[in-house]
Design a protein around this ligand. Sequence first.
Ligand code: AMP
Ligand code: GLY
Length: 421
Amino acid sequence: MNILILGSGGREHALAWAVKQNPKTDRLIVAPGNAGIAQLAECADLDIMDGAAVVGFCEANAIDFVIVGPEAPLAAGVADATRAAGFLTFGPSAAAAQLEASKGFTKAICDACGAPTAAYARFDQAAAAKDYVRATGAPIVVKADGLAAGKGVIVAMNEAEALSAIDDMFGGEFGAAGAEVVIEEFMTGEEASLFVLTDGVNALPIGTAQDHKRVGDGDTGPNTGGMGAYSPAPVLTDEITERAMREIVLPTIAEMARRGTPFQGVLYAGLMIKDAQGRLVEYNARFGDPETQVLMLRLGAQALDLLLACAEGRLNSAQVNWADDHAMTVVMAAKGYPGAYEKGSVINGLDRMPEDSRHMTFHAGTASEDGRIVSNGGRVLNITARGATLEEARNRAYAMIDHLNWPEGFCRSDIGWRALS
Ligand code: AMP
Ligand code: GLY
């Protein structure tokens, strides 16, 4: 098969790596890709937000299967365009991607299907939103309704913070994403993520993970896109996972189908776990980054078969071949991230890193310059390892980092601390 993956981060490198292991793959193209992806696939310069351009590319290159990585093209209808043109596609329609692209939409779905989630209210005026905050009190969570690159959520520990977040959102800080605001009950507990493939009718859980959002050791400092992750998430026991499937994920899939907008792709459920129950924090309509890096290292070549079964509507007969293993990924970021950082520093030592079914370095933000790999983003590398225990995976990942010579980069030293302590 000729396979096209859309995206350019560590998530897409991990997807490409897994797809490439599968003998069904003849030609693998990633658009636009990055310097690490270029070592295992062709990279193509293509505007992945432009559905017509993607369709044209698929026609010109006899593509058999399209895998959409990030949320922005999904929300823009790129999967609708490729499917309408007859190309087998993994990823939801724009209508179904509303589960990620609109927090208010997701809340309405939860109401309709009875899925446990935080109590909430929706506002399109600052004054009413502020009255609600004053009446409810803090801590409280203020969210821009739309896609805001992971930055549109303010967990306000006091009322003043919540009121100023409301001003920021209606003041245009998140552009159109903040035209509507969702205000939520602050939930306590432990967060974990559940990844479920669905073809619109059938559902197949393919793994759990936990990530570390804060930049500093001990989960301190500003929020980031994620500084590391591990799988499985010990807090998501079989029992709690089964309950979350029954109470949250399956009712959501049924409600989306009932509305005539079935969700086909991966449903990434962010859960808050407390008292043996998960409550929904949010949905994403795509794989997590960096969670995909640990999921793909664990699944390997079968990932392609699962994504194909999903896109072809035959998940009822698909199953995951589980290995009793653990994986961890440690993010190497450019110093300064998530604030200002420099691009273009040379990364040495990558050739000394082991690369096999237990060790992989996925590139998140790199470029190639005069035959050298240089940083080209905030999150730059995802050092990923697998082991029989989480401790073994952790030790392998950090041992890989010892080979690296990149003074302009840094990582957290305590990924997995909660699960390991
Ligand atoms: P989201 O983009 O909705 O995942 O929100 C980002 C982060 O904010 C989540 O991963 C949680 O850590 C936190 N968060 C979001 N909503 C809530 C809530 N209702 N209660 C507590 N924390 C929340
Ligand atoms: N790691 C968080 C996300 O992919 O949204």
